[in-house]
Design a protein around this ligand. Structure first.
Ligand SMILES: [Zn+2]
Length: 212
């Protein structure tokens, strides 16, 4: 396990992200605009790993007002957990000793909407590659969608949250390495939802029990 001056405790790392998002949402972002310096070539000591969506409106460093070298970021449509994503999170934990992992979903996520629509209509995306994304979301939202006549804003919000919680669960339990670190209290995995309307992030409370 790598050690660095930036091996922040998860609680401190979380506070740093929440403070950064407050600055961002208030229009006072400062750190994300810091430019290149040669210092970064010497190595990296990110203090958190973030798994976020590819959506162009949710750039992770900007949303949390962090600069170069601060965050180890994995972005994929729908912030789904695929093996390569787990591997990236493991890499940051092993090589840089990153102790906080955040899954960040966002309101009105197109990937979640595509999964909702596929669940309601049974029509799959045309591309098998796209389907590999919606297939990872559908099991976690189908219960919500069942019997619903329309995609209400509330249903959409709940589906986004359910998808974030599912990714958190998969990161906690889908990797022996991460599960061990979580059990040891070395790493925390938390979920949050970024709100496109307000620029704020809501961190989700952990579920009381593990889903099957
Ligand atoms: Zn999205």
């Amino acid at each position: 396990m790598a050690n660095s001056p930036e091996n922040l405790a998860p609680e401190i790392a979380l506070t740093r992200l929440k403070d950064g998002n407050r600055r961002f949402a208030a229009g006072f972002a400062a750190l994300a605009s810091r430019g290149w310096t040669a210092l970064h070539a010497a190595g990296q000591w990110p203090f958190a790993t973030v798994l976020g969506c590819s959506d162009s409106r949710v750039p992770v460093e900007l949303v949390f007002d962090q600069g170069l070298g601060d965050l180890f970021v994995v972005r994929i449509a729908g912030n789904i957990v695929a093996p390569s994503g787990i591997g990236s999170v493991e890499f940051a934990a092993e090589n840089f000793g990153v102790r906080l992992v955040v899954v960040m979903g966002h309101t009105r996520c197109g990937a979640v909407k595509a999964a909702i629509e596929a669940s309601r209509s049974g029509d799959e995306p045309n591309s098998r590659n796209l389907q590999s994304i919606t297939d990872r979301i559908r099991p976690h939202i189908e219960e919500l969608v069942l019997g619903q006549q329309e995609i209400s804003d509330e249903l959409y919000r709940r589906a986004v949250r359910a998808n974030v919680r599912a990714s958190v669960d998969q990161l906690r339990h889908g990797s022996t390495l991460l599960e061990t670190l979580v059990d040891q209290g070395r790493v925390q995995v938390v979920g949050c939802v970024y709100d496109l309307d307000t620029g704020t992030t809501e961190f989700l409370e952990p579920k009381p029990t593990r889903s099957p």
